[in-house]
Design a binder for this molecule. Structure first.
Ligand SMILES: Cc1cc2nc3c(=O)[nH]c(=O)nc-3n(C[C@H](O)[C@H](O)[C@H](O)COP(=O)(O)OP(=O)(O)OC[C@H]3O[C@@H](n4cnc5c(N)ncnc54)[C@H](O)[C@@H]3O)c2cc1C
Length: 485
């Protein structure tokens, strides 16, 4: 089967989803083509979730521009799309005069990049802002605009909103070949071959993360050489008070080991940076130790025995540069590239989308606003966070709201069902987890996984043995589950 669209976006990571949401306001048919069976299975599922403010990219770069603007846009995006975002502010801690000189440099960079209200503060103010910050810190760069999100919640929310506005989501559709016809600007120029069917389009947007160089190559465009800059991350159990993000002085390629709270009250230590084989998502004992050591330097009383999870992801880096490549291909007109979206791709996503729109407009793509575009996504009910009166109302409406399946995160059956039934809905146990946190807590799904499998089998009308943990082939059980069918 072949379908034809004005625009095809390859990749449903945070970049592709943000671009889809940005362009959904125009009178265009758009398809997001994703290799995996769900949203956000690439770098966008394995990162620190920090909305960095934008003081460290080199001034004058595209990265500096979209980072600072992206951080600014997050307030509006969170409001319209109903995802959790906390703008807590952050500190880069310095421990000596050399660090202080670095902080001054960062402050100047930030000023040029348009980051608001940066200042250097001393020990008393450090303690006032974050009482758990190391007492050895003699100075810090205080940045009130830094925040954090759940990165997959942002991608899911953006694509849900795009789909509600008419965008098509094609999952399990790895692009295997691209044919480019040499015709006029108005013609259908690209044919993408995927196992789920072919997609024809006038304009192609490459937001394929670590697969972006392959997409560019398939289209006969720029030959990018990519590097997989791997990072390990650890998650600690919830704390009574959420920590403000604390950074060390950065290195030339990395922001260093950062300690931060999360929107759900956990603590995250993020991230190492090492060049590894493409696709390597293993965690390494050496990396995890480096994270714990680095974290204790910033927060000496951090109880690092409270780790509940360690994971790894790969930053898509263009070899030899730290810069993002966002623009129309200079080789293949009609192909728009978002390549090398390494860190801070999460922080920059709303602005990358805005920037891409501008690039397309300048390239002559006709963007006519639709009268019926709705920027608002109604977030699903979050039982754990709901006030008591709302909890009672939900249970009254359906007793499945009172059936708690995930005890660590207080996720009832009805919330899991809603995660499966949304558009686009979850098709795997991990997809459920990313949407409503069932299995995300301290027991890491030891208690609830079999119950989630049973609910999925019922909702998807399949056998438990067909239910996937994550992507194709990741079945969890061999036979029937006790008490199910
Ligand atoms: C350890 C680590 C920590 C990080 N921490 C932060 C942070 O705190 N803050 C921050 O701002 N950034 C952070 N980043 C960077 C951030 O995660 C990335 O910049 C961002 O997620 C990139 O998103 P993306 O959508 O461009 O790529 P991805 O999320 O990788 O999405 C690309 C998508 O394209 C799909 N795809 C690939 N090839 C094909 C194909 N042939 N056909 C169809 N689909 C295809 C993939 O399946 C994937 O879903 C971190 C990254 C790492 C690895």
């Amino acid at each position: 089967m072949t379908e034809t669209f004005d625009i095809a976006i390859v990749g449903a990571g945070i970049t592709g989803c943000a671009i889809a949401r940005q362009l959904a306001r125009y009178d265009l048919s758009i398809c997001v083509v994703e290799a995996a069976n769900d949203i956000s299975l690439g770098a966008s599922k394995a990162n620190g979730g920090l909305v960095h403010a934008g003081y460290d990219p080199a001034p004058g770069t595209v990265k500096a521009q979209v980072n600072a603007r992206g951080c600014e846009l997050y307030g509006t995006w969170a409001q319209e799309l109903g995802f959790l975002f906390r703008r807590t502010g952050s500190m880069v801690l310095g421990f000596n005069s050399e660090d202080r000189a670095h902080l001054e440099q960062l402050r100047c960079n930030g000023h040029v990049n348009g980051v608001p209200e940066l200042s250097i503060v001393g020990p008393d103010r450090i303690h006032e802002l974050e009482p758990r910050a190391s007492a050895d810190a003699t100075c810090a760069l205080w940045c009130p605009s830094t925040g954090f999100v759940d990165p997959f919640e942002v991608a899911i929310a953006a694509l849900e909103n795009a789909v509600a506005n008419g965008v098509t989501f094609m999952r399990s559709a790895p692009v295997e070949a691209i044919e480019v016809a040499n015709q006029g600007a108005e013609a259908v120029r690209f044919t993408l071959t995927t196992p789920a069917g072919d997609v024809r389009c006038r304009y192609l947007i490459n937001a394929a993360g670590n697969g972006a160089a392959d997409i560019s190559h398939m289209a006969g465009a720029e030959e990018f050489q990519m590097v997989w800059r791997q990072g390990n991350i650890v998650v600690l159990d919830k704390e009574p008070r959420t920590l403000m993000p604390l950074y060390p002085v950065p290195t030339p390629v990395s922001k260093g080991v950062i300690v931060t709270g999360t929107v759900h009250g956990n603590t995250v230590i993020t991230a190492t940076a090492a060049i590894r084989e493409p696709g390597d998502t293993q965690t390494y004992a050496g990396d995890v130790n480096a994270l714990l050591t680095g974290a204790r330097k910033l927060v000496p009383d951090l109880d690092t025995r409270r780790v509940v999870r360690a994971f790894a992801g790969g930053r898509p880096v263009i070899k030899g540069t730290n810069e993002f490549f966002i623009g129309q291909s200079t080789v293949v007109p009609g192909l728009f590239q978002a390549v090398g979206i390494q860190s801070p791709g999460v922080a920059s996503a709303p602005a990358i989308a805005e920037h891409m729109e501008q690039v397309m407009r300048e390239a002559g793509v006709e963007l006519r606003e639709r009268a019926d575009w709705n920027p608002i996504r109604r977030a699903p009910d979050d039982f754990d966070r709901a006030p008591l009166a709302r909890k009672e109302e939900l249970i009254e409406s359906d007793p499945a709201w009172g059936q708690i399946v995930c005890r660590c995160e207080t996720v009832p059956e009805a919330e899991i069902v809603a995660a499966i039934r949304r558009h686009p809905g979850a098709v795997s146990v991990e997809g459920v987890k990313r949407r409503c946190r069932a299995g995300m807590g301290r027991c890491q799904s030891g208690f609830c996984q079999s119950r989630v499998v049973a609910i999925m089998a019922r909702e998807l009308d399949c056998e438990p043995s067909e239910v996937l943990l994550e992507d194709a082939g990741s079945w969890l059980v061999e036979g029937p589950l006790k008490g199910v069918r």
